[in-house]
Design a protein around this ligand. Sequence first.
Ligand code: CP
Length: 309
Amino acid sequence: MKELSVNHLLGIKYITEEDIQLIFETADHFKEVINRPIKKVPSLRDITIANIFFENSTRTKLSFELAQKRLSADVVNFAASSSSVTKGETLIDTVNNILSMKVDMVVMRHSSPGAAVFLSKNVNASIVNAGDGAHEHPTQALLDAYTIREKLGDVAGKKVVIVGDILHSRVALSNIYSLQKLGAQVKVCGPNTLIPRYIRELGVEVEPNLRKALEWCDVANMLRVQNERLDISYFPSTREYAMQYGLDKELLDSLNKEIVVMHPGPINRGVEITSDVADSKQSVILNQVENGVAVRMAVIYLLASKIKQ
Ligand code: CP
């Protein structure tokens, strides 16, 4: 049986193209499972997983939990705001206490970049990064690439523009790694203040003009401005941002081709994307969410196979 080259999913940076293809092949199987009347398989009846979220989440948290339950794993959920972390307990102590209750795998979202890597080096469990600050969000990038593959047949050779707040976005960095590993071309577009200086070192071109970026691409991934991570004002006003970098139906329809529109969510309707674009037939936003369950089932199943060895 083929297996992942890693024991944790800490970031797309740390996995290979073969790992990604294996996750996709496995997700194809689980996508078929979750479309059956009984959306469940008994594969992980002997595995217990803790989802520990130190930051808010709707999609990622529910998607991981559904993925785990559809694999028949035992699942416990931990929200930092209602835990003893508020009394000063450290991350390592918290996780070691959870692990002593015979937990095999930890899915963690944390506001600190590098938190998942740190945990993997300090505790004895398989760690899945569900987003660490502005660093990586590997399962989001996997489900994004899986959705492009589903919609366009392949990721290799496709042109993808990531638009918006690249500086504070873990989705952008993980997408750049995954798309490049799979052979796509990637550009970014956004206000100069929200484009990190290192971006060109990753082999990514910057296109400041949204129309030109959209005319070039097959896929536009419209990112949310991460207001919760903005310590200063990076652009004059939200209205100005929407006028320069927001995608509306008039702009979308004026392109000489049909592009695929993606968004990782949560959407700020009327800022990075208007409602008529978000709800248009070119939008695959809800397909991304649907695919997230199958992709996360694949990740958990493949990592659990390594625990059982
Ligand atoms: N895309 C994403 O990570 O959404 P949540 O913050 O709701 O999990």
